[in-house]
Design a protein around this ligand. Structure first.
Ligand code: SAM
Length: 316
């Protein structure tokens, strides 16, 4: 923890785990902390209730959270704001939606889905290809109290037959990526060779293949795509690749409008990356980018919806 420079993580983010508690109860238990209303005002002894993601809080990194009862009981879960965006944007409804988390371990977003779904029984199927990571995922879901809601499925998501999942209404696609956004890794010279054009191309094609599979689920209406990469190759360019794909067009998938994707969030996709599209601005506006420091971690997010389907996104 001490290796992380303070100026890189001016905020420690955590969310009230709605499977086990409520935001109000968490605030009450942390009532020794003074509430502040801007991230810039966070210092030791204060707490900030996020304006974008419901149930999310920020405190000073030197504030002790890990040894509190709340943390040990799994009533709060430490998770960067950027990592909270996908499940929040997907906004599944308890008792109505069945969600596939296609690339789930270690399970931050899976357990967040369970919280948003208020632990509604059997509402999330969480795929994880890697055996060891699937065990970690199971453990995390258990600690969060979400195993009544989440079914962990060890295996390759792309090997599933979508026709066998007619009840699935939404998917979260958070595939392996270069991770170039994690604490500015890409900016460190020694790591530059990790981000060769060839490697990024391979990753992008893998990411698009997971998305294309997700788009085959017959009754899916929403899909959130996310990475923790800063590279357009894995972000906007994957979106363009999908938008230009004939099969995807035939299925009717489109990138949603800004109004569906946290409209008040200022940093959107890179417009110049959509120059091949008819309306580059609209495409870019439908995507979100986040940066470290006060923005709460790096990420890229795009929500896809079916033509003509009205989305209620991020309303909790
Ligand atoms: N969503 C996770 C979270 O928020 O905690 C992080 C997911 S991580 C970026 C990507 C994960 O996808 C890895 O654990 C990887 O093993 C898994 N994965 C990669 N390809 C997969 C596939 N075809 N099917 C299922 N899981 C896959």
């Amino acid at each position: 923890e001490d290796l992380i420079e303070d100026d890189e993580t001016p905020v420690r983010w955590f969310r009230a785990n709605r499977v086990k508690t409520t935001a109000a109860k968490v605030v009450e238990e942390l009532s020794h902390l003074r509430q502040v209303f801007s991230i810039e005002d966070i210092e030791k002894g204060t707490i900030y209730h996020d304006e974008y993601v419901t149930d999310l809080f920020g405190i000073h990194p030197r504030e002790d959270l890990v040894s509190t009862r709340l943390y040990k009981a799994g009533e709060v879960i430490i998770q960067d704001r950027a990592s909270c965006f996908p499940a929040f944007i997907l906004n599944p409804q308890p008792g109505k939606d069945l969600i596939i988390d296609s690339c789930a371990a270690p399970g931050n977003k899976t357990t967040h889905l369970a919280a948003i779904l208020r632990n509604s029984p059997e509402s999330v199927i969480a795929f994880e290809k890697n055996k060891e990571r699937a065990k970690v995922l199971e453990k995390m879901c258990d600690k969060a109290g979400g195993l009544g809601c989440i079914r962990v499925q060890q295996g390759d998501f792309t090997a599933t037959n979508p026709e066998e999942y007619p009840q699935v209404t939404g998917l979260l696609v958070d595939p392996s990526c270069s991770g170039s956004g994690i604490f500015g890794r890409a900016f460190e010279e020694n790591d530059a060779q990790e981000y060769t054009e060839e490697r990024l191309k391979k990753l992008a094609s893998f990411q698009a293949s997971i998305m294309k599979h997700a788009m085959k689920f017959p009754n899916a209406r929403k899909i959130v795509y996310s990475t923790c990469s800063i590279h357009a190759q894995e972000n906007e360019q994957v979106v363009v690749d999908l938008l230009l794909d004939k099969a995807v067009q035939k299925q009717g998938w489109r990138v949603c409008n800004r109004k569906d994707v946290i409209p008040s969030w200022p940093r959107r996709g890179l417009v110049e990356e959509f120059s091949a599209m008819e309306n580059p601005e609209a495409c870019a506006e439908g995507c979100i980018r986040t940066m470290p420091k006060v923005e709460g971690g790096i990420g890229f997010f795009a929500i896809w919806g079916l033509d003509g389907v009205l989305l209620e996104v991020g309303i909790d």
